[in-house]
Design a protein around this ligand. Structure first.
Ligand code: SAM
Length: 241
């Protein structure tokens, strides 16, 4: 009996994921932030195309092995790319129920194995207790942390994350994105947010910090700057020791 219930559950879950996949790909009920990985989309279907950011990021991952933590992974675009194109074991963490269901529906459709999705709210405690990852993909979530936990806690979360990774892609909402809910809360970045971010990434432990592009957000006319921050071999071996 237990066996039959389990297999019925598996079939129903698979049907549910297929239905969700069909809805998100074929029914334009609402606009997604990211494109559905593996499905064709036009820029008007989504808030952010993502292909532009991925093109800037991809070559920094060449030759990398190990784990890729995708924070606030939305519907998983970067997790799937890191897993399929670079062979990394991708862990997508996302707070929103529906987004996580979409991630799993896309996963079921793709048949991919080395990508996992976890529904969780990343807060200071979560970051303190989580393990290390080779690469952390931290795109457009920091301003949500500032709004939710305050600037000091958000910066502390970044310090903790930096101590648990060799490399981080970083992008955040900026104080010059006037009219948004977060602009005023980011005033601590000053008049030149790019300089503040670069200094901050160095201060929390990354010796190499590079701007790899500025990208439209679909929200305001201001482009967000995308950074890659890395540790040198000396720093990495000190952390491993
Ligand atoms: C602006 S979107 C960015 C999505 C993706 N990182 C990107 O750049 O394409 C922010 C995403 O992070 C999620 N999010 C916000 N705060 C979060 C938190 N504390 N923990 C986990 N996910 C969070 C939101 O639900 C949303 O999907």
């Amino acid at each position: 009996m237990k066996r039959h219930i389990k297999s019925a559950y598996r079939v129903l879950l698979s049907l549910a994921y297929r239905l969700v996949y069909a809805v998100i790909v074929k029914v334009p009920v609402f606009k997604h932030y990211q494109p559905v990985f593996g499905a064709s989309s036009t820029s008007s279907d989504v808030t952010r195309g993502c292909e532009d950011r991925w093109a800037a990021m991809e070559h920094h991952l060449e030759g990398k092995r190990g784990s890729f933590l995708d924070i606030g992974c939305n519907i998983g675009y970067f997790s799937f790319q890191a897993s399929r194109k670079q062979g990394l074991m991708a862990w997508g963490i996302e707070a929103d129920h529906f987004n996580i269901t979409c991630c799993n529906a896309i996963l079921e459709h793709s048949g991919m194995k080395n990508v996992l999705f976890v529904k969780a709210m990343m807060d200071p405690e979560f970051v303190r207790t989580m393990p290390s990852f080779e690469v952390v993909n931290n795109l457009s979530v920091f301003h949500h942390w500032v709004k939710a936990y305050g600037a000091d806690q958000a910066q502390e979360m970044m310090r903790e994350l930096a101590s648990k990774s060799d490399m981080m892609f970083f992008e955040t909402g900026q104080p010059d994105e006037k009219g948004t809910k977060w602009a005023d809360k980011l005033s601590f970045m000053g008049e030149e947010p790019q300089s503040w971010i670069e200094r901050f990434l160095r201060e929390i432990g990354f010796s190499q910090v590079e701007t790899i592009g500025t990208f439209d957000t679909g929200l305001t006319d201001i482009k967000r700057t995308l950074f890659v921050a890395k540790k040198d071999e000396h720093q990495r071996s000190r952390i491993r020791a």
